[in-house]
Design a protein around this ligand. Structure first.
Ligand code: AMP
Length: 249
């Protein structure tokens, strides 16, 4: 079985994001970029399935600028076998990404596509679901456990109030939640080896997909600053303050 893992290049999760002074977006120049953390979990899960003898090839794919090659190299250094860069310099919206991924799935015929549950830059949480719809495949989103069973997959999902285990027919789409695994760090020898692994360069046009955005961002603003809190000595004082503020009658 082949596993396809889409990996997005995003602002590193440790970076404190700053809004551009003209409110058109967030500052991306001179900002550390990394693989979307949920996609690292997806790469790790794919490698574990391969190590357990359940997969024979892992392909990482990124739709983004040339610099997204670094993101692919990170996946290759962790243990993926080859990469596909779909070169596009601009905002990538979930529907366009899902259409490109569908075309790649048609070419590569993977048994499983493992995506992150969401990209931490746009927080859309839509791409896996849209891809499942375009392909007509079963989907298991927000997975905290993935097992091969009954010729398909058993996926345990994190849902409001608990866990749900579902059975998916193969081929399928799975999106990863935080508790699925802890991704490995790439070792130095593997980073060196990854430099020799193949990365195919494509364009959205090769897949017949128009990446033009369908959404217009009107304005990006900082969240309102929170007022400093105060300490109260007693419950009676707390109730008094809440009454003063009109929070309770
Ligand atoms: P989103 O729907 O934008 O929250 O993204 C969900 C998942 O879709 C991500 O965790 C990635 O696995 C995948 N994805 C989204 N955008 C891209 C992209 N430009 N390139 C590769 N994978 C992507």
């Amino acid at each position: 079985m082949k596993i396809l893992v889409p990996v997005k290049r995003v602002v590193d999760y440790n970076v404190k994001v700053r809004v551009k002074s003209d409110n058109t977006g967030v500052e991306l120049s001179n900002v550390k970029m990394s693989m979307n953390p949920f996609d690292e979990i997806a790469v790790e899960e794919a490698i574990r399935l391969k190590e357990a003898g359940n997969a024979d090839e892992i392909i990482v794919v990124s739709i983004g600028p040339k610099a997204a090659t670094e993101t692919l190299r990170t996946g290759l250094a962790m243990g993926a076998d080859r990469g596909i860069l779909v070169d596009y310099d601009g905002e990538t919206e979930p529907l366009a990404v899902a259409k490109v991924l569908k075309a790649i799935v048609d070419d590569e015929q993977p048994g499983l596509v493992l995506l992150g549950k969401q990209a931490i830059d746009d927080d859309c949480s839509q791409t896996g679901q849209m891809l499942a719809q375009l392909l007509g495949w079963a989907q298991g989103t927000f997975a905290s456990k993935v097992e091969l069973a009954d010729g398909g997959f058993h996926v345990t999902r994190e849902i409001d109030g608990g866990l749900e285990t579902i059975k998916l027919a193969a081929p399928a789409i799975v999106t990863t939640d935080l508790r699925l695994n802890e991704p490995r760090y790439a070792s130095l020898p593997n980073i060196m080896k990854a430099k020799r692994k193949p990365i195919d360069e494509k364009t959205p046009g090769d897949y017949g997909v128009d990446m033009a955005p369908r959404l217009t961002t009107l304005k990006v603003e900082e969240p309102p600053k929170r007022e400093a809190g105060i300490k109260v000595e007693s419950v009676a004082e707390l109730v008094g303050k809440l009454k003063e503020k009109g929070a309770i009658a």
